[in-house]
Design a protein around this ligand. Structure first.
Ligand code: PHE
Length: 450
């Protein structure tokens, strides 16, 4: 405990920004965002998504930073530490721990696939294949038993290894190197995609808003995507907020993270859609978009094998910086609340995740017939967390900080005790108190009625 307190925190503001951006940027941006946008019709979805990110997402992200940095505690201990009167709000933190656990379980399945696609691309298993054969490779692999389980396990071990090294040595050092590499690789990919013949059709799909394609359901999925992509509503950013230095500017940190997250999602779109259209493929092919469509695209490109390796490596790196934050939420809680050793906590949590996670992985194969409430294990956890737990968590956070916690203290934390100017405060507080809770209630109602 003493050891942890002394070492607590990121050493630079850049470290804080890259770590939080690393949490936000992940499979959500590069795998989930393009396929959701593709299914929901393109440009109009993008506009709504952007609106949600900056009008609602950013204030909630700042709220998590405020709670984390002010309390210097894990997501459960944070509320109690802010004041004995807020002890009852600890349930929000508990909800977050459970959500992190569930998200990590199914997220590591997809992360494992990604890792295997680095291998498949580099050894040429996807080269020179027809689209049908490429799909066959995907379904043969994901419906297997040992190969996808092994990939998932490798990913869990990688994440655990970084977490055991602790905050400064592990999270900050690695994300500081990994994030710029990710950005560079992404730009390279966009460049290649944009120079393909027929690329412009993909660009207009992405950027031309056709509002007739917008339905209640697509607005809902845009909001859900915004929450998931920014890692909001389940304590990830309370945990990271507790590591941010007292002299850092929380508004600037939040703005940088939200902007970087959006930028990477946009770059993913620019890398994927022009290529999809240039090769006459469907933008609406769903969660398989990245794994089934892109290898065909790569196959038809000069140096496609190299680009494929680069792309899936990039996706693995992005997923890793997100799983680091998912595991850290649970581990910091176990260290601070249950007084476990960091290494022991990491080991036990990772083993438990592997237990539940393997059910998610096997739900594409041997367990595909096993359903709970009509869903396979993977789909159930995905739906439970993104559609219900994260919006409920986010709603509780806005109610706590907007209605329960003193406004003066929120302002004090955001201005570093009055040292910083906060011209944005009125707009921020309005969103926190009215706009965000109202929007979240609508999302939840739409989600339940669907
Ligand atoms: N935001 C991450 C992504 O886009 C997923 C995530 C959700 C990570 C919640 C941490 C907490 O991939």
């Amino acid at each position: 405990m003493k050891d942890l307190d002394q070492k607590r925190g990121f050493t630079t503001s850049l470290g804080a920004i890259t770590a939080a951006a690393g949490s936000a940027i992940g499979l959500g941006n590069i795998w989930r965002f393009p396929y959701t946008l593709g299914q929901q019709g393109g440009g109009a979805f993008l506009l709504v998504y952007l609106l949600f990110v900056f009008a609602i997402g950013l204030p909630i992200m700042m709220s998590e930073f405020v709670i984390g940095r002010r309390s210097q505690r894990n997501t459960v201990g944070a509320f109690r530490t802010l004041g004995p009167a807020y002890r009852r709000w600890s349930f929000v933190g508990v909800l977050g721990i459970v959500a992190a656990f569930l998200i990590y379980s199914f997220y590591s399945t997809v992360a494992g696939w990604t890792l295997n696609y680095v291998l498949l691309s580099s050894n040429g298993a996807l080269s020179g294949k027809t689209p049908q054969e490429v799909s066959q490779v995907f379904s043969t692999f994901t419906s297997g038993t040992w190969a996808p389980l092994l990939c998932q396990m490798v990913f869990l071990v990688l994440t655990a290894a970084i977490i055991t090294m602790g905050v400064q040595k592990g999270i900050e050092r690695y994300t500081k190197i990994l994030m710029p590499v990710l950005l560079a690789l992404m730009l390279l990919l966009c460049l290649r995609s944009l120079t393909l013949k027929g690329a412009s059709a993909g660009l207009s799909f992405l950027f031309k808003a056709d509002f007739s394609k917008l339905t209640g359901g697509s607005v809902l999925s845009a909001l859900g995507q915004a929450l998931f992509s920014l890692s909001i509503g389940m304590g990830a950013l309370i945990t990271y907020g507790s590591y941010i230095r007292k002299e850092d500017n929380l508004f600037k940190t939040g703005l940088c993270v939200a902007t970087a997250d959006t930028l990477i999602a946009l770059l993913a779109g620019i890398a994927i859609f022009p290529a999809v259209f240039a090769f006459g493929l469907s933008p609406a092919s769903g969660p398989s978009l990245v794994y089934e469509v892109l290898p065909n695209v790569f196959n038809s490109m000069p140096m496609g094998r190299l680009f494929a390796v680069v792309f899936f490596l990039l996706l693995s790196i992005a997923a890793l910086t997100s799983t680091i934050s998912l595991l850290e939420i649970v581990v910091l809680w176990a260290v601070e609340e249950l007084h476990c050793k960091r290494t022991a906590a990491t080991l036990v949590v990772s083993l438990l995740i592997f237990g539940l996670g393997s059910l998610c992985t096997l739900s594409f194969g041997p367990l595909s017939g096993f359903h709970i409430a009509g869903y396979g294990v993977f789909d159930l956890l995905d739906r439970l967390t993104a559609t219900y737990m994260m919006p409920i968590g986010a709603l509780c956070l806005t109610l706590f900080l907007g209605w329960r916690y003193p406004k003066a203290e929120v302002r004090e934390e955001l201005t570093n005790n009055g040292k910083l100017k906060a011209g944005y405060f009125r707009v921020f507080y309005f969103s926190l108190r009215y706009l965000a809770p109202a929007a979240l209630v609508i999302v939840l109602i739409m989600g339940i009625l669907e």
